[in-house]
Design a protein around this ligand. Structure first.
Ligand code: SAM
Length: 311
């Protein structure tokens, strides 16, 4: 595997002729970043550019067309035609083929979680299996593809995840943190939590917690201090929920990412105003907000990323 900067080919998920890079709280209006990190490429180390994984101008296929291999099975059975590379964030990978795919290394080889594509690659130590991580199905995957600059979840991390649902994204976080890490996955809907519990039976690093995240004291006996807090609860009071959980479980200096669905907070205000108001509320609760990124694959959503400084 090799780490690469910009790439050729199309973006599997995104063919939008996007506007220049957005994000960062203090951006001066529209337009791409000037530091060679326009929105888009997975691995945007060498090129500027706008939008998409790697829409290198002409020739990019983009769009929804998927490479051969179908879903929920092994791609590239005929050999190692896939070129799987390290993403710049540890524990995340990219497949370069007809279109770029975001991947994590499957902790439970041979098994899919949501009929995602599996990609098996031979290595000197034997076959390694990866799972496609679909940005349309996951806010974290979308944030990565949308070009966030910092990602604090890595192998060995202890992560508290609020709003786990059936575990689609949780399963990829489980892949990233690996056997040394843990994902404490909180979900209050019993209906979807059943799938989460079944997922945890196959992945020992997931601890499912069927509780309301508004009451962290109810699960304090299951959760140690964690390195990272993520939330995707889509609730009007999500900043308060987030602060309560950070106060209870997030280490001083720990990282965070919160997904904000603007319409959950107000149907009338502009998303940008909502993101700013959420940021303000987070800052008042000891969150140092470093970056805001609107999600290309989830309209009306943004993530705010930063570091927690408990008093
Ligand atoms: N993060 C998930 C993923 O990527 O697969 C999707 C999460 S979905 C947008 C929001 C989830 O948050 C729902 O499953 C909902 O039941 C859960 N939720 C909302 N409020 C909650 C709360 N107060 N406590 C626990 N879970 C909550």
């Amino acid at each position: 595997m090799s780490e690469r900067g910009g790439s050729r080919g199309g973006n599997q998920y995104n063919d939008r002729g996007a506007r220049g890079g957005r994000g960062g709280f203090d951006r001066g209006g529209r337009g791409g970043r000037s530091d060679g990190e326009g929105r888009g490429n997975f691995n945007r180390d060498s090129r500027g550019g706008r939008g998409g994984f790697d829409r290198g101008g002409r020739g990019g296929r983009g769009g929804q067309d998927r490479p051969r291999g179908g879903r929920g099975g092994f791609a590239q059975k005929g050999g190692n035609k896939n070129n799987v590379e390290n993403h710049r964030f540890p524990g995340v990978f990219i497949s370069r083929g007809n279109g770029d795919l975001l991947l994590t290394k499957n902790m439970n080889p041979g098994k899919t979680v949501y009929k995602e594509k599996l990609i098996r690659v031979d290595s000197p130590t034997g076959p390694v299996e990866y799972r496609e991580w679909m940005p349309y199905r996951s806010k974290i995957a979308s944030a990565l593809v949308s070009g966030i600059n910092v990602f604090g979840i890595q192998p060995g991390s202890f992560v508290l995840y609020l709003g786990a649902s059936t575990g689609t994204t949780v399963s990829h976080v489980s892949d990233i943190v690996g056997p040394e890490g843990r994902v404490y996955a909180v979900e209050f809907s019993h209906r979807v939590a059943l799938e989460l519990v079944n997922l945890a039976k196959t992945r020992p690093n997931i601890v499912p917690i069927i509780e309301d995240a508004r009451y962290p004291q109810k699960y304090r006996m299951f959760v140690p201090m964690v390195d990272y807090l993520f939330a995707d609860v889509a609730q009007p009071d999500q900043a308060r929920i987030f602060a309560l959980n950070a106060n209870a479980f997030l280490k001083n200096g720990g990282g965070f990412m919160i997904s904000i669905k603007a319409s959950c907070i107000s149907q009338t205000e502009e998303p940008e105003a909502i993101y700013k108001q959420q940021q303000k509320e987070l800052q008042e609760n000891n969150f140092l907000c470093g970056e805001k990124k609107e999600l290309e694959h989830h309209r009306g959503h943004a993530v705010i990323i930063g570091t927690y400084r408990s008093k």
